[in-house]
Design a protein around this ligand. Structure first.
Ligand SMILES: *Cc1c(COP(=O)(O)O)cnc(C)c1O
Length: 401
């Protein structure tokens, strides 16, 4: 079926708005860490739909939960209770600092809920949210205002008021930006889109202390780092810092669109009927998929295996950096969110490296225009990691000549 990919690309480009620079493949099937395109080519998926399909594609437990729920009840709105939503909220609160959750359909919506909660909780005139440079919080107007990368805002001004950014890693400047209007600090424990940049633990502790000192809410955006990606259920567990509000999405439904905002009861109490809502949020099918996903991720030994494979991938990437110092300077990350940090010369070839890997049947991406990012399904095997490292080594060798 040669030409199928190009055929779909041509039809799609006519009718889809061009917000994405897509790779020339129409994906038709997924199983485990393998994707298959319309021409029958297979790919080792080390991106997992951007940290979404953590249990791999079409995990039987999740597919089964989706099918069963789809036969019983697909949607009723939030005017009524549904079983999957309650079960999901129980699982999330039993396994986190939070007492209560609000369900949305995406990461940006979860962050919108967090921004609204922080503001209503702080009361009139305290609306300022400080986030960090290099951060990414979504694509809605409020979340691009919060995102600490100007390129996401260009052409869309004016931005909603009340957002400011502090330079990554500098507590003094952060404190200087806090005013009487500030109500919250929003940050990712590890910046994903920004280039797999972990925040220094001491810095984060300093941020948490500033929040206490100035009576601010600490919001952790764990949309990319949550649900086992870093080797613990949530990244904050490894930092010894507990946020006041946390947002999650990506891996929550293993591919079904669902996001959530988690917080403590006292804070949540500011949101009363009529203050916030979502027609689809916590939809029964998406929530049932999330319940099935969480049950697997919380099984004994699952998160330990993520830590262990994360170390293995890190060691392999460090080895590549040592072998190709002209192009890569090192590796970083937590669990199975890892980045190969490129040198200036490497960055020039970064997009090309991703294309070459694609041509060799391996899917990854180039994050923050500086780092090759690896977000494989958490079920990836050591053999699959070896294949990724081998092919990446072949690609890096091509630049040596
Ligand atoms: C992906 C992401 C978002 C946005 O999530 P969407 O579901 O695309 O709206 C927000 N914050 C972080 C840290 C993310 O990685």
């Amino acid at each position: 079926m040669n030409g199928e990919n190009a055929g779909w690309a041509e039809r799609s480009d006519k009718v889809l708005i061009g917000t994405y620079a897509r790779y020339p493949a129409a994906m038709v099937k997924g199983e485990g860490c393998t994707l298959t395109d319309a021409e029958g080519r297979e790919y080792l998926d080390c991106l997992a739909g951007i940290a979404v399909c953590s249990l791999g594609h079409c995990h039987p437990a999740v597919t089964d939960a989706i099918c069963r729920q789809a036969k019983e009840l697909v949607h009723v709105s939030n005017f009524y209770y549904t079983r999957p939503q309650t079960e999901l909220a129980e699982l999330l609160t039993e396994n986190s600092f939070a007492d209560q959750i609000f369900m949305a359909n995406s990461g940006a919506e979860a962050n919108e809920a967090a921004i609204k909660l922080a503001r209503i909780c702080a009361g009139p005139d305290r609306y300022g949210i400080i986030s960090l440079t290099g951060s990414f919080h979504g694509r809605t107007l409020a979340t691009i205002a919060a995102t600490g990368q100007p390129r996401f805002r260009e052409g869309f001004e004016p931005m909603p008021e009340g957002f400011s950014h502090a330079p990554f890693g500098n507590l003094n400047v952060l404190e200087a930006i806090i005013t009487n209007q500030t109500c919250a600090i929003l940050c990712e424990p590890l910046q994903g889109e920004g280039g797999v940049r972990p925040l220094d633990v001491e810095y984060l502790k300093g941020v948490a202390d500033l929040c206490k000192k100035h009576d601010l809410l600490l919001i952790f955006d764990e949309i990319q780092t949550g649900i086992g990606r870093t080797g613990t259920f949530f990244a904050y567990e490894q930092l010894g810092i507990v946020p006041d509000i946390m947002t999650i999405a990506k891996a929550l439904g293993n591919g079904m669109p669902i996001g959530a905002m988690l917080t403590r009861k006292e804070i949540a109490a500011s949101l009363v009927p009529g203050t916030h809502g979502s027609t689809f949020g916590g939809n029964p099918v998406a929530a049932a998929a999330a319940v099935a996903t969480l049950k697997v991720i919380l099984e004994d030994g699952f998160l330990d295996s993520v830590k262990e494979k994360g170390k293995y991938l890190q060691a392999g990437l460090e080895d590549l950096a040592a072998r190709f110092p002209a192009h890569a300077s090192g590796a970083r990350g937590m669990g199975l969110i890892r980045g190969l940090v490129l040198t200036e010369k490497g960055i020039e070839h970064g997009a090309d490296m991703v294309n070459k890997l694609f041509a060799k049947g391996i899917l990854i991406n180039f994050a923050g225009n500086a780092v090759l990012r690896f977000l494989p399904p958490l079920i990836i095997t050591r053999e699959e990691i070896d294949r990724l490292l081998t092919v990446l080594g072949e690609v890096l060798t091509e630049y040596e000549a």
